[in-house]
Structure formats: C-alpha cells, structure tokens
Design a protein around this ligand. Sequence first.
Ligand code: PLP
Length: 439
Amino acid sequence: MTHLLHRAIHAKLPVAVRGEGIRLFDAEGRAYIDASGGAAVSCLGHAHPDVLAALHAQLDRIAYAHTGFFTTEAAERLADRLVADAPDGLDHVYLVSGGSEAVEAALKMARQYFVEKGEPQRRHIIARRQSYHGNTLGALAAGGNEWRRAQFRPLLVETHHIDPCFAYRLQQAGESDTDYAARAAGQLEAKILELGADQVIAFVAETVVGATAGAVPPVADYLKRVRAICDKYGVLLILDEVMCGMGRTGTLHACEQDGVVPDLMTIAKGLGGGYQPVGAVLLSSAIFQAFSEGSGFFQHGHTYMGHPMAAAAGLAVQEVIRRDGLLENVVSMGDYLERCLVERLGNHHHVGDIRGRGLFRAVELVADRATKSPFDPGLKLNARIKKEAMARGLMVYPMGGTIDGQRGDHVLLAPPFILNREDVGQIVERLGDAVDAAI
Ligand code: PLP
C-alpha cells in the first residue's frame, strides 16, 4: 500500500533508481530506453556530468533566495542566455517552475498589457481544439483537450476555440497547402470579428502541437497568416513552445522554422532537461515597455519563480546543447528516425500518419487507413502500447487524442538529443514490435 497518490491509482509502477545517458534503470535492474524523454523533457538524457557539476556548484553557493528580496547570478545569466538566442524582439524573460505556470503567466501578462495600455475591455482568449497548454485552471481553460477539461468545465473561464492546423485530419482532398493555410487561419479572423476585434486579448497556440494530437507541425504559411491577422486587429500572439521548443524540432525555437515571432512565448520542459523544474515566458519589448512605463509591476508571482537551482540547471543544459552542437544532431537523427519509422511502420495497415519535426515525431494509429477512423476507445490502445513497450525496455508516450469528439491514438517520440543511429534503430525495432503486439 502506498500513501503516494499516483496519477493512475491502481498502476503498479517500477521504481526508477538510476539514469544514465538515454536509459533509465529500475530497482530490479531493468533498463529502459527513454525514447519519450519522459514527456519531451530529458533533452540531454540522464545524469549528464556537466549539469550535475553545475547543480552541485550552485547548491554550494545558494539554493534559494526569494525574488521579492533578491536577484541571483544564476537567474540573471539564464535570462541573458535566453534573450541572446531568442527571436528578434523577444528581449525579456520571466522565470517560473514549469509549463503550466508559464502559460498562466503569459495569459496574465497579455491581459495586464491591455490594462496598462488603457484597453481594459479586452477580455477574450482564442485558442484551438486538440491543444494542450497545461493542467492549472487558466491553462486548462485555454487548452482544447476535452478529455482533460470535461469534468472541470464549471471552473474554467470561457475560452473560444477554433480548429487546429492539422493536415492529416482537416486538409481536404485536393486542397493545396496554401489554400489550407488560408482556410485554417481564416477561422481566427472570423472568430476575432465575431467577438469584436477590440475585445480580444490574445490567440494562443502550440507551434507544433504536442501531446493532444501528436507532433503536428503547421503547414507552410499558416503561422505567418496568423501573425498577420493578429497584427491587423491588435491581438497578441502567444506561442506555447513548452513541449516543442528549446531545440526539440531542430531549431532552438520551433517558430524559427515558420518565420514568425510571437509577442509572448512559453518554454519549459527542454529548458532544464528535467534536472530541475523550470519554465519561462519570453516577452516582447512592447509588452515590457507597457509594464515599465505603466504600473512598473507585473501583478503575478510564485514563491519558487527564478529559483537559483532551476536557473543553474537551465543554464547548464543550454550551454551543453550549444557547446556540443546538439541541434545539428537533432536534425540529422530526426531525419534518420523518420526514415526508420517509415521503413518499419509506413506500410502497417493500422498506421495512418508518421509526422513531426526534428526529434519530435509521432505515429498515428487508425482502425482503417482509408477512412482514418480511430480505434474503439474501449480498446485502450495507448495503455496497451505503453505496456508492450515497457516490457521491451522502451519508454514512448502513447496518447489518445480527440478527433471530432472521438478518441484517436498516436505514439509520441521525443528522445534525448544525444542519441545515435544505433539507438534510433533499437527504438524503432522495439516500437514496431510493441505496436504489433498491442493491436
Ligand atoms: N504547454 C504544453 C504545450 C505542454 O505540452 C505542456 C505539458 O505537457 C504544458 C503546457 C504544461 O506543462 P507542465 O506539465 O510543465 O505544467
């Protein structure tokens, strides 16, 4: 009997005792390849000596100092590092403890920005279906994962959802990428006009959709059109890169590949690589100035924001990624991973789509490839795949998303950036066997 409330109360979980490189080991001595990076977190793998050394050094200096009284060298240096590499115009950083906190802060910054500017009537947030922005109430309200939201609806502020840009599911036969990008982004403009342009605060979207739909990149031009629509109506653009950011897709920020700079960007997971809980909001100089010239105060804060240990972890992880040229490895191993997935699973009669960018890939599983119809939720395919993969010493992230109100299944892969071709081969072989065994 455990006194710990686990997410799945009756699950019998192995006890993780050690991590090394891309593997985790349990108390029975079994090894698991961490092909999901936990949940797209462990970008450097486990027990990286340089990160451990930086954490020990930080602990010897100072472990905690409240941000209402002090700043710390670690927090200042991490902010400098993040701004140095941020897209042009994002030149301030707000440090928090994770992804949901980052999203909450971004939503509140967006609202306070308009209050500072004398537009307090703006009150609507527009987001997308099949998205995930975190589990705290504000972030959950923005998210569009009905399975996560349903029972908490009475507690959620009203948010307006449009369709995601999801080519496999929503692009029509014969429709070009350009036409589809225009149609999908057109939903944003229509929603802004329906709500009243001067009533909308922000549009929030994951640059590459993560957990809910499974590594779904936007089609070319979609985000550029979204940016233009936001500019036309003075609506802020918040890109949530908590999962897809910090190198996961092969560029430091996923939106670099779309040629778009948001007004606010949230990052977390890969920022600290799991060595400490850390997240951040990057904000534009215009937002910073409105605060600076207005009340001079962002009316928000958490006890652990800007935590020196978390900042030291983030700094060390980011320095290793740059020093070791790991983004190049993400691109080359990501391409190789995709090729191997296509080779092993591309013709599988239950594989509908293989997609993603860099080391952020997903395999969508369908009951019928022709109709794209999902499996019966009663099958609990995601749980079966997880079990079969774990039995083969492989961690992957299978999820049941929602497609037009129905459940769909995909397996998300987000392995550490340090993996090599042999590791990729093992991951795909074990995943292929797990899928065959589960269906
Ligand atoms: N935003 C996105 C895109 C995410 O994928 C997640 C977590 O998976 C979150 C926000 C919430 O992050 P956290 O679980 O660190 O609160």
